[in-house]
Design a binder for this molecule. Structure first.
Ligand code: HEM
Length: 479
């Protein structure tokens, strides 16, 4: 059957019965090796099978532009995944929905992010409050003989940014227990999905029955009530506080509840439902938290591994900032090396070894192959970010790749696309970029870091790219 179906698809690695190419993807983990190998062998378009579903992989920036950008509407849909709909109780949220639901809610979320301050200085102010809180926390550890968990401090800050943006409040000492409970759930979920037997069930659900202790359904059931319970409780608290007469909203939930009321008054009880709201908050929370914190932890790990990078960063900060004042986005253009460092961290951390699963919305042609509507397609960003033609010696961490030799300014390279490409490009890109810049530059400006043991930057022991864990000491640079 595979043989028959493969005849009409771009050539690629031979799939195995039941699992397709899933197993080979982990030789070696987390998958870059296999995708690179196949790109070299079959070119920038080939077919990869997950279980019995084929996905056409797009592996160069040029082809991504031809498909996901120039013909965006054909590549806009996500391929529905059964386990996801079962978890949510239907098709809800923004990450996995299609058509009108997706379009309306993506637009509304983007508009709201802008309104609550992304386009103005308001979002920056909120992030800088978290930066200062992180400073207080780090400062209190100075002189202690115990090493501190450095990535955890960033995690706390990023959680507060996303919680402020979605629900309008931050976690502090008074509600720390809520946060601790939530963090346990998130850690549990992250670890569970690092197990290949769990991951493959997303594509071959029947395998769950063979491995009852690793059943994806059991794992999802284990935390879904707690997650929805937490978000629903916060939504109801918010509902009680909303001033429905005011046009201004301070967070996503408040704006949503106002829109809901407006639509209900017009007889529309469907499009802004309560269930959609809890799923939207879940999506924004999940998509925004792990990605950003994982990237920051890798950036600090690369910093620790590269003394020459440390020197250049400190030299630029001393020259341009020259003291402990807070760095803001208005300093961004004057810190080309810092921007290059963050860019290279995103490229090398390459946290999404296989991008999200799309499908074609109509019959089309890819590289001369006729492709039917509903065929899986993936913009394989991790391969493009390791393309040795664009990034010579791609394994090397080298921020100078982005420094223009003549002007000394930051130079954008299109192939660095951690936020993906096309109509479903990351909805939180603006927020994430602001967070990465403000958290990382302010931290490195204020502190010197010393760690007993360098964090590992080897990814081959895990099936996904997980946050780096490390402890160390910090001291103030200017005191
Ligand atoms: C360093 C941080 C981040 C990275 C690397 C990242 C990366 C990505 C990628 C690769 C996609 C998939 C796009 C595709 O389907 O091709 C995506 C989608 C998405 N991201 Fe992010 N993201 C980050 C931060 C955030 C933040 C902070 C938020 C929330 C405020 C967010 C919300 C979303 C949402 C909602 C989607 C789905 C968009 C849609 O389907 O229309 N992300 N992100």
């Amino acid at each position: 059957q595979f043989y028959w179906r493969r005849r009409n698809l771009p050539p690629g690695p031979m799939p195995w019965p039941l699992v397709g190419n899933f197993v080979s993807m982990f030789y070696p983990p987390p998958g870059y090796g296999a995708f690179n190998r196949w790109t070299k062998k079959y070119g920038d378009i080939y077919t990869f099978w997950l279980g019995s579903t084929p996905y056409i992989m797009i592996n160069s920036y040029e082809k991504m532009k031809e498909t996901f950008v120039k013909d965006g509407d054909t590549y806009v849909a996500k391929k529905p995944q059964g386990f996801n709909e079962e978890f949510r109780g239907g098709s809800y949220g923004v990450i996995e929905t299609n058509g009108e639901v997706w379009r309306n809610h993506r637009r509304f979320a983007l508009m709201n992010l802008r309104d609550i301050g992304l386009g103005k200085d308001l979002m920056q102010e909120k992030i800088l409050i978290e930066v200062e809180d992180m400073f207080k926390d780090f400062d209190s550890t100075i002189g202690s003989i115990e090493e501190v968990d450095i990535p955890l401090r960033f995690y706390n800050g990023v959680v507060n940014v996303i919680n402020q943006a979605t629900l309008g409040y931050r976690f502090d000492s008074e509600n720390y227990n809520d946060f601790a409970k939530l963090k346990n759930l998130l850690d549990f979920q992250n670890e569970a999905f690092n197990d290949p037997i769990v991951m493959i069930q997303a594509f071959v659900p029947a395998l769950g029955k063979l491995f009852p202790n690793h059943s994806i359904q059991k794992i999802l059931d284990g935390f879904k009530n707690d997650f929805y319970g937490f978000f629903n409780e916060q939504i109801e608290k918010n509902r009680k506080k909303v001033d429905f007469d005011s046009e201004e909203s301070d967070n996503y939930c408040e704006a949503y509840l106002k829109e809901q009321k407006k639509r209900e008054a017009e007889g529309d009880f469907e499009s802004f439902s309560n269930k959609q709201l809890s799923n939207m908050i879940l999506d924004l929370w999940f998509a925004g938290l792990v990605t950003t914190t994982t990237t920051i932890s890798w950036a600090i790990a690369y910093f620790l591994h590269n003394p020459e990078v440390q020197e250049k960063i400190y030299e630029e900060l001393d020259r341009v900032i020259g003291g402990e004042r807070l760095i803001t986005t208005s300093d961004k253009n004057d810190l080309p090396y810092m921007n290059s460092f963050i860019n290279e961290s995103q490229r090398c951390a390459n946290i999404i070894p296989i991008n999200l699963f799309h499908e074609t919305t109509k019959d089309t042609t890819i590289n001369g192959w006729l492709v039917k509507a509903g065929t899986g397609v993936i913009a394989q960003i991790s391969t493009v970010m390791m393309d040795e033609k664009v990034f010579p010696n791609p394994e090397k961490f080298d921020p100078t790749r982005y420094i223009d030799k003549e002007t000394g300014k930051f130079k954008k390279i299109d192939e660095v696309l951690p936020f993906s490409i096309g109509k479903r490009q990351c909805l939180g890109e603006g927020l994430a970029r602001m967070e990465l810049f403000l958290f990382i530059s302010n931290f490195l400006n204020r502190y010197k870091i010393k760690v007993g043991e360098l964090p590992s930057i080897d990814k081959s022991n895990e099936t996904t790219v997980t946050p780096r864990k490390f402890n160390g000491f910090v001291t103030r640079r200017y005191l």
